[in-house]
Design a protein. Structure first.
Length: 331
C-alpha cells in the first residue's frame, strides 16, 4: 500500500536550494556566461534543451569538435579558420551574435605569432656535387694564372731578335743618282675577251637575194647543196679501198656489192619491197652494213652525210639523200 504523503511535493527543508532548479538557468544565458565562450555556448544549448547530437545534425559539424569547443580543448580542434567557423555557426544556431562569439573565443585563445618554419620533411642539404664543381673551377683559375705568369717570365728572359750586320746594310742596293733611262712604251694590250661578231645564218644571203623569205629559203637551200657537194669532194677520195673500222653487219662480203660505213653516230634503216625492216640500228663511228642482194631494198639514214657508200669495195660517194634505193647506190 503506497504511503500517503499528504500532498507533500518537496522533501527538502525550507531554505534549501532545489537541486533540479540549480542545474538549469532560470534566465537565457548570454555569450558572457561562464568563464569562457565554450561554457557560454554549452549553457545556451542546455537552456534550449538541445543535445550535442542535435547541434551536430543542424550545423553539420562533428560532435567531437562541438564538445572540444565547449571544453576549450584547442589541441583537438582543426586549424584556426575552421574553428572560428564552428564557433560562429554554433552561436548562430543558438540565436546568439556570431561575431561577438568569435571575438570572445579570440580573447580566450589568442592567435600565436609563430615564426615561419621550414616545411616538414625538408632538410637543408648541400648538393654533393657542388664541392667538386667549386674545386674544379678553382683549379682551372689557378692553372690560367700560373700559365700567364710563366708566359710573361719566358718573354722577359728571351734574347732580343738578331739585327742585320752593318756590312749587309751597306751592301743593300740603292737607287742611282740622276735621271733613269726607260725603254720604249709598250703597245696597249688587246682585249682578248671580246667575242667574235655573231652573224645570223642566211641573213646575208637573204639580203643579197632581195630580202624576201622565199629568197632566203632558196639561198639557204643552195648553200646546203654547195656544202654537201664540197663535202663529197673533200672527203675520202673516190676509188679508195674499204677499210673495216668496226663491226660489220648484214650479208657476207661474197654476196654483197654495196657496203655502208658510218663516219659518225647515225641511224640506218633498210626496208624490203614489202616495207619489211631488214635492218635498223644506230651505227657508231666505224660500223658498217653490207646490203643483201635483194631487189626493191630502200635505205634510210637520219644523217646521210654521215654514211660512206662503197661499191665493190671501193669508195663511191656519200649517201646522196636521207632515203634512196639500193639500186641507186649500186648504179
Amino acid at each position: 500500500m503506497p504511503l500517503d504523503s499528504g500532498g507533500v511535493t518537496q522533501l527538502y527543508r525550507t531554505g534549501d536550494i532545489d537541486p533540479v532548479d540549480s542545474l538549469v538557468p532560470t534566465e537565457e544565458p548570454s555569450l558572457h556566461h561562464g568563464p569562457d565562450i565554450g561554457a557560454a555556448l554549452k549553457a545556451a544549448r542546455e537552456f534550449r534543451g538541445l543535445s550535442l547530437q542535435d547541434v551536430a545534425d543542424q550545423t553539420r559539424i562533428r560532435r567531437t569538435y562541438l564538445a572540444a569547443v565547449e571544453d576549450m580543448r584547442l589541441e583537438e580542434l582543426p586549424s584556426r579558420p575552421f574553428t572560428l567557423g564552428y564557433v560562429k555557426a554554433y552561436a548562430k544556431l543558438l540565436g546568439l551574435d556570431p561575431d561577438e562569439a568569435v571575438a570572445r573565443f579570440k580573447d580566450a585563445a589568442p592567435e600565436a605569432e609563430d615564426d615561419l618554419r621550414a616545411p616538414v620533411g625538408v632538410r637543408k642539404e648541400r648538393d654533393p656535387r657542388m664541392g667538386a664543381i667549386m674545386a674544379g673551377a678553382a683549379l682551372i683559375v689557378t692553372a690560367i694564372i700560373l700559365w700567364n705568369i710563366a708566359q710573361r717570365a719566358i718573354s722577359e728572359e728571351a734574347p732580343p731578335p738578331p739585327t742585320a750586320p752593318q756590312s749587309a746594310m751597306a751592301a743593300a742596293p740603292t737607287a742611282p743618282a740622276g735621271p733613269m733611262s726607260v725603254g720604249a712604251p709598250l703597245p696597249a694590250p688587246t682585249e682578248a675577251s671580246t667575242p667574235p661578231v655573231y652573224e645570223t645564218p642566211g641573213l646575208e644571203a637573204a639580203a643579197q637575194a632581195g630580202g624576201s623569205a622565199d629568197a632566203a629559203m632558196a639561198a639557204g637551200k643552195a648553200r646546203r647543196e654547195a656544202e654537201a657537194a664540197a663535202a663529197v669532194q673533200s672527203d675520202t677520195p673516190v676509188g679508195a679501198a674499204f677499210v673495216a673500222k668496226g663491226p660489220i653487219h648484214g650479208a657476207p662480203a661474197a654476196s654483197s656489192a654495196v657496203t655502208l660505213q658510218a663516219r659518225r653516230q647515225t641511224m640506218l634503216i633498210v626496208r624490203g619491197g614489202d616495207s619489211a625492216i631488214y635492218f635498223a640500228r644506230s651505227l657508231a663511228p666505224g660500223e658498217a652494213y653490207r646490203l643483201p642482194a635483194s631487189k626493191g631494198l630502200t635505205v634510210e639514214a637520219t644523217d646521210p652525210r654521215a654514211i660512206d657508200v662503197f661499191v665493190g669495195g671501193r669508195f663511191k660517194s656519200l649517201m646522196p639523200a636521207p632515203q634512196t634505193t639500193a639500186a641507186a647506190l649500186a648504179g
